[in-house]
Design a binder for this molecule. Sequence first.
Ligand code: ADP
Ligand code: MG
Ligand code: ZN
Length: 478
Amino acid sequence: MKYEVVIGLEVHAQLKTQSKIFCSCPTEFGRPANESTCPICLGMPGVLPVLNKTALQLAMQACLATHCSISPRNRFDRKNYFYPDLPKGYQVSQFEFPLGLNGYVNIQVNGTKKKIGLTRIHMEEDAGKLIHGENLGNPGKSYVDFNRTGVPLVEIVSEPDLRSAEEAREYLTQLKAILDYAEVSDCNMEEGSLRCDANVSLRPEGQKEFGTRTETKNLNSFRFVQKAIEYEIERQTQVLEQGDKVVQETRLYDSNKGVTFSMRSKEEAHDYRYFPEPDLVPVVIDDEWIQETQDKLPELPEQKRERFALDYEIPEYDAGVLTTSRAMADYYEKSVSLYPKPKIVSNWIMGELLRELKNDEREIDECSVKPEGLTDLLKLIDEGTINAKMAKTVFEDMYHSGKSAKDIIKEKGMTQITDSSAIENLVDQILQANADQVEQYKNGKEKVFGFLVGQIMKESKGQANPALVNKLLKERIG
Ligand code: ADP
Ligand code: MG
Ligand code: ZN
């Protein structure tokens, strides 16, 4: 039996505010445990929450940037459950009247474009964090840090429109880019600013009804999302193939073992007893405010991608990679303004620069080579000071040492040999040492030419100007 995969994602993004959603405690990451707390976010009796206007503003930006319509009347609801990281015994969220409805995100996988529907976007507060003593050399004890309680979030719920782990990853990539561009969230996955729950089900190909889904919670990297989904597809296929039924349940992903495991089944699922939050007034959002927010939205990834492809005449693929984050797009545009050869700049960023960043697991704004440094290097190639191959070595050095291209070239005496007589000497030397090959070349074995060029370049320690080597060699034996 062939099965079709059906996936819907729920994404939590932390809104980029200075203070929490209902009190003035700071949201700054990494502060000592429980220092960013007050009676409000600790859920003391008798306190009154007040909505942070910036949080609402950012949530509206998230809605508009994903083409959601904004509900004019917004209400918060209490979602009741007990957990040690939830001091109030309920989470303030939005249930019946979410802020945004019916949006979409466009994705592209293997050249095919697809629209992924968004069911809704709602605002809510985050819970705290449990720290288990095992990790502190204190087994058997658990601690709780309330710094995160009351940190503002949006939850973005997609329609079950995704059909593969790859599409899910692409959707997340696009969504993250949109939230980054619209300045809604810093989307830092290591710090928990972006987390994802993946709902996965299978159905026999051709069947209309959806199959039973599982929900794998709290995935905090793109790779884990993809791996967890792939694992679930595998697991559910086996279950169905054995004639069993998939159990609707919440699962967790163990990134060390690369498997998902059951956390709770549907029977144990919570009844949250939602009811309207009585301590907060409903918020009315008028058209003027919506329009103002819409007008202030910056250029979004999709528009930027199209503009890059058109204006810089680079392939769509390049434009896609270069616009995955605003910082990268800015880096690219700055570089092209300093060195107006768009495709060459694109090649260097996508090749050398991204490779180094990937190795280091760093973002482009943490890179010590700035657009000025990169384009200075490219100019040195054009001026003939170094060749492209040497430039790659210089770049690596620049990336790791933070030094300028000029300094590195000077220190290492790396200048390119462009003096014809010096190269002629090298050519002679190699021709003498390879008389057999020269004979073969003269008898029509053309491949030997490349071999001889290689030998000359090697003899020059990569410093000879390749175009000149080719030219002079051709003159001698061509
Ligand atoms: P819950 O609170 O139970 O998780 P939500 O409505 O918040 O429910 O989220 C449901 C998510 O699951 C949505 O992203 C939706 O697209 C997805 N989903 C619903 N049914 C299926 C299904 N059969 N297979 C895969 N995903 C599904
Ligand atoms: Mg859910
Ligand atoms: Zn507080």
